[in-house]
Design a protein around this ligand. Structure first.
Ligand code: SF4
Length: 242
């Protein structure tokens, strides 16, 4: 008989010559993937931290710093759960701030231009890596900042989506203004949880892989069904272990 008592999941994951050991409390109740996201985001933070430590131990200093928002002008594909999470985060902001953020979303879409936005709405093409690259280049050339970027800082830093967390570079920060494969050296993150989350759908495998451009998070957000959280979490961890 399910109770609301959280269930403790023992996790042990070895990556980059280090081991994460944690006991993760998961509520024993039905939830949406979006509700499980805080746990999954902390997990992603730990994985990325291990990759960053490894890079620095090899003499490759991370050049990403607060106040450098060059990468925040890129097309950021997020999962459906993250779109729900961000839309609810915005909806919970105080009225004045919420109005300003919603305005920035509208301004960003206007600056990208309707033809490009229409193509971004056709999220089916995100499955195709080549099409995603072309869209990504066009998007970056517009120079449109993420609506959450304020004074070159992420205004939702603790809540930022996985792709933002997983992008760290060791090349000079100024190279990110005009990034190329030769001039920008990203940190190699051994397991990108964002990739699992794109395919995670509703948490039990009943929805297809979906990518949503962050800039469309407030409009493409969908309903998420609820499932027992322990089952979803086990499903996520089993995908990490492959
Ligand atoms: S969510 Fe934050 S880190 Fe991610 S692109 Fe936007 S401003 Fe940058």
């Amino acid at each position: 008989m399910p109770t609301d008592e959280p269930m403790g999941f023992k996790l042990e994951l070895t990556l980059c010559d280090r081991t994460i050991e944690a006991e993760v409390p998961i509520p024993n109740q039905k939830m949406r993937v979006a509700d499980l996201l805080p746990v999954l985001l902390s997990f992603d933070e730990a994985v990325v931290g291990m990759a960053a430590d490894k890079a620095e131990s090899e003499g490759r200093k991370i050049s990403c710093r607060e106040g450098c928002g060059a990468c925040c002008r890129q097309l950021v594909p997020i999962s459906e759960a993250e779109a729900v999470y961000l839309a609810e985060l915005v909806a919970a902001m105080p009225a004045e701030r919420q109005t300003r953020v919603r305005e920035r979303f509208r301004e960003a879409l206007a600056a990208l231009g309707e033809p490009l936005v229409e193509r971004l709405r056709d999220t089916g093409q995100f499955k195709d890596l080549a099409a995603r690259r072309v869209l990504g280049e066009e998007y970056f050339h517009r120079g449109v900042a993420c609506p959450f970027l304020e004074d070159e800082r992420c205004s939702i830093y603790p809540h930022r989506p996985m792709p933002c967390r997983e992008y760290l570079v060791t090349s000079p920060a100024e190279n990110c203004q005009k990034p190329t494969a030769e001039t920008v050296r990203p940190v190699d993150v051994p397991i990108k949880l964002s990739q699992i989350l794109y395919q995670f759908g509703d948490g039990v495998g009943n929805q297809p892989t979906r990518w949503i451009p962050l800039v469309l998070a407030l409009e493409l957000v969908g309903e998420q069904r609820t499932y027992p959280a322990p089952e979803m979490f086990k499903n996520f961890v089993s995908r990490i272990r492959g």
